[in-house]
Design a protein around this ligand. Structure first.
Ligand code: SF4
Ligand code: SF4
Length: 96
C-alpha cells in the first residue's frame, strides 16, 4: 500500500498538459499577396503586415499555435513552425 502511495506522490498520476510551442512564423514573401487574412483571423494579435503588406510575427510570444493563419491563407504563404513539427522533422520552411 505504501508503495502505491509513493508512486502517486512521485507523479505517476500527474496529468500532462500539452501545449504546442511556436518557434517561428515563416512567411514566404513571394507568395504572400498582402491580403491580411491571417492578421484578421489570428485570435492573439500575433501577426501584422509590413510596409509592403507582407505578414510577419510582431508578437510571437503570444502565439498559441492554433494554425488559423496557416489554414486561412489562400496562398499557402504562411507556416507555423512549432516544436512538435520540428521534432517530427516537418519543421522549417516548406518553400525551401
Ligand atoms: S493570409 Fe497569406 S497571403 Fe494573406 S497576408 Fe497572410 S500570409 Fe500573406
Ligand atoms: S498559429 Fe494562431 S495564434 Fe499563432 S500566429 Fe497563427 S493564427 Fe495567430
Amino acid at each position: 500500500m505504501a508503495k502505491v502511495a509513493k508512486q502517486a506522490k512521485e507523479g505517476k498520476t500527474t496529468k500532462t498538459t500539452k501545449r504546442r510551442k511556436t518557434v517561428a512564423i515563416d512567411v514566404y514573401k513571394a507568395w504572400c499577396k498582402g491580403c491580411g487574412i491571417c492578421v484578421a483571423f489570428c485570435p492573439k494579435g500575433v501577426l501584422a503586415q509590413d510596409e509592403e503588406g507582407h505578414a510577419y510575427a510582431k508578437n510571437l510570444e503570444a502565439c498559441i499555435a492554433c494554425m488559423q493563419c496557416e489554414l486561412r491563407c489562400p496562398d499557402f504563404a504562411i507556416t507555423v513552425i512549432t516544436e512538435d513539427r520540428l521534432n517530427a522533422g516537418k519543421g522549417g520552411s516548406a518553400h525551401g
